[in-house]
Design a protein around this ligand. Structure first.
Ligand code: KIV
Ligand code: ZN
Length: 523
């Protein structure tokens, strides 16, 4: 038996599609959610929290479909502590090979005040709702929201009630990212010691990163006996985000000498998932982000480069291949054929259907004509961009011409197809992007506000593709659009139109108050 297989297993519970998606502007489409869930399942995530089924029809449908398609992972849905939420959650997750209901209530003094329940009334509510969930599903997880600010005696009392009512996983959320590692460990140790039946259940840790300690707090909880970490890809999540999956998994792998735990994660799939989540959520990964940031394996200084060339271990504690990062390769040239493209994309983690491959191939040829060298990163950006183009979108970009420079007004001539009708205009602005956005606004009047406009170069060089993210806000609904092109202004307009199309879809699907982003945690 290898040493690793003798080590305790820490379950990885991924909540990118629930807590991650709750991040303002990170909304994913139905198909994007299915794709991310499929990749998480393939990567070996033990439990996927697929959404909050009562929040909207869209969330319900996504959780049901993810449950139906699940292969290895347990599929979990979130429910507040009431029968209606729990029933709806069960209706969605019951299709899974292994379903789980996750129900929660805020137990700290501040959170108890919201539903206006006293301690005894809340204890009764926990008993009733966990019992109800357990009657529907064998696998029930219970969370005392804001556990790290809950009085210890009351926390022990509520956890004991949930265990007696049949919960098999007890999750301890640090909802506002308030705890720190020593305290996080002590809390788990205290619960394991004081709560009758604690040895029969799995304790989970769910940390937020408001003070930058989510990874440390989660690992400290594991050292104290927690055996499930709740986390998201890229640390996506509300405010400063959640514990990052890639950080805890790689920490347990790299520092297995002091963190002797194993997970079921195939770490070589991390990079691909990170890129996909960044692309579909519109949340760019910061360059110096641990593990998956663009600079995480870059050695700029001469001393570092020299050391790494002589012995990689001088400045690297893990290998880029460990997370599936291959050296930047010149992927293809303009003479490469369809079969070569298919096999290259497969290597990069994309298994495209024939019609998708055809579309990507046409765009690849156009890119190879414009750009001297087409790198892996270019192909990844191209596939991601292709996924944002939908022939059914209400607004399509047909033609754009801009005039800019040191003299004269900056002008944009734009043709859009809106609801099948072609329409064109000219507009001026402070620069080419401003002029082009003004043209979009003239053709499609709306009152959404631009919250974020971000441009990144995919590779080096002045012929590099630019990826652009645009975030819009309208009546509390937030939508992010992305696009990639060697022409930054074209990418900007396409990203802007992508965000508008998403807002239009969301207007049609949800009233603002039935949306997952605004659903209250009031029980
Ligand atoms: O942070 C939190 O408390 C949560 C709960 C709903 C588990 O996400
Ligand atoms: Zn959370």
């Amino acid at each position: 038996m290898t040493q690793a297989s003798a080590q305790p297993r820490v379950l990885i519970f991924d909540t990118t599609l629930r807590d991650g998606e709750q991040s303002p502007g990170a909304t994913m489409t139905h198909d994007e959610k299915l794709e991310i869930a499929g990749l998480l399942d393939e990567m070996g995530v033990d439990i996927i929290e697929a959404g909050f089924p009562i929040a909207s029809e869209g969330d319900f449908n996504a959780v049901s479909e993810i449950a139906k398609r699940s292969k290895n992972s347990t599929i979990c849905g979130l429910a507040r502590a009431n029968f209606k939420d729990i029933d709806r959650c069960w209706e969605a997750v019951k299709h899974a090979r292994s379903p789980r209901i996750h129900t929660f209530i805020g137990t700290s003094p501040l959170h108890r005040a919201i539903p206006n329940l006293d301690m005894d009334q809340m204890a009764e509510r926990i008993h009733e709702t966990v019992t109800h969930a357990r009657n529907l599903c064998d696998n029930v997880q219970w969370s005392p929201m804001d556990a790290t600010r809950t009085e210890h005696d009351y926390l022990c009392r509520t956890v004991e009630i949930a265990i007696k009512a049949g919960a098999s996983t007890i999750n301890i959320p640090d909802t506002v990212g308030y705890t720190y590692p020593f305290e996080s460990a002590k809390l788990i140790a205290m619960l394991l010691e004081r709560v009758p039946g604690a040895d029969k259940v799995i304790f989970a840790t769910h940390c937020h990163n408001d003070l930058g300690m989510a990874t440390a707090n989660a690992l400290a909880a594991v050292e104290a006996g927690a055996r499930q970490i709740e986390c998201t890809i890229n640390g996506l999540g509300e405010r400063a985000g959640n514990t990052a999956l890639e950080e805890v998994v790689m920490a347990m792998r790299v520092r297995n000498d002091i963190l002797p735990y194993q997970t079921g994660i195939d770490t070589s799939k991390i990079m691909n998932l990170s890129r996909r989540v960044s692309s579909v959520s519109g949340f760019a990964v910061q360059f110096n982000k641990a593990i998956v940031g663009k600079n995480a394996f870059l050695h700029e200084s001469g001393i570092h480069q020299d050391g790494v060339l002589k012995n990689v271990q001088t400045f690297e504690i893990m290998r880029p291949e460990d997370i599936g990062l291959t050296a930047t390769n010149i992927a293809m040239g303009k003479h490469s054929g369809r079969a070569a493209l298919r096999s290259k994309l497969k290597e990069l983690g994309f298994d495209l259907a024939d019609n998708q491959l055809n579309d990507v191939f046409v765009r690849f040829k156009a890119l190879a004509d414009r750009k001297k060298e087409v790198y892996d990163e270019d192909l990844i950006a191209l596939v991601a961009d292709e996924a944002t183009n939908d022939d059914n979108d209400h607004i399509q970009v047909k033609r754009l011409r801009v005039v800019c420079g040191t003299e004269g007004p900056r002008e944009a001539e734009l043709t859009l197809v809106i609801g099948g009708v072609e329409t064109a205009t000219d507009a001026t602005g402070d620069g080419p992007v401003d002029a082009a956005f003004n043209a979009v606004n003239m053709l499609y009047a709306h009152h959404a506000k631009l919250q974020l406009y971000q441009v990144h170069a995919v590779t080096e060089g002045t012929d590099a593709q630019a990826t652009v993210s645009v975030r819009l806000e309208e009546d509390g609904r937030i939508a992010t659009g992305t696009s990639a092109d060697t022409d930054t202004v074209v990418a900007s307009v396409k990203a802007y139109v992508h965000a508008l199309n998403r807002l239009i879809q969301r207007r049609q699907k949800t009233a603002p108050d039935s949306d997952v982003k605004t659903i209250s945690y009031k029980q």
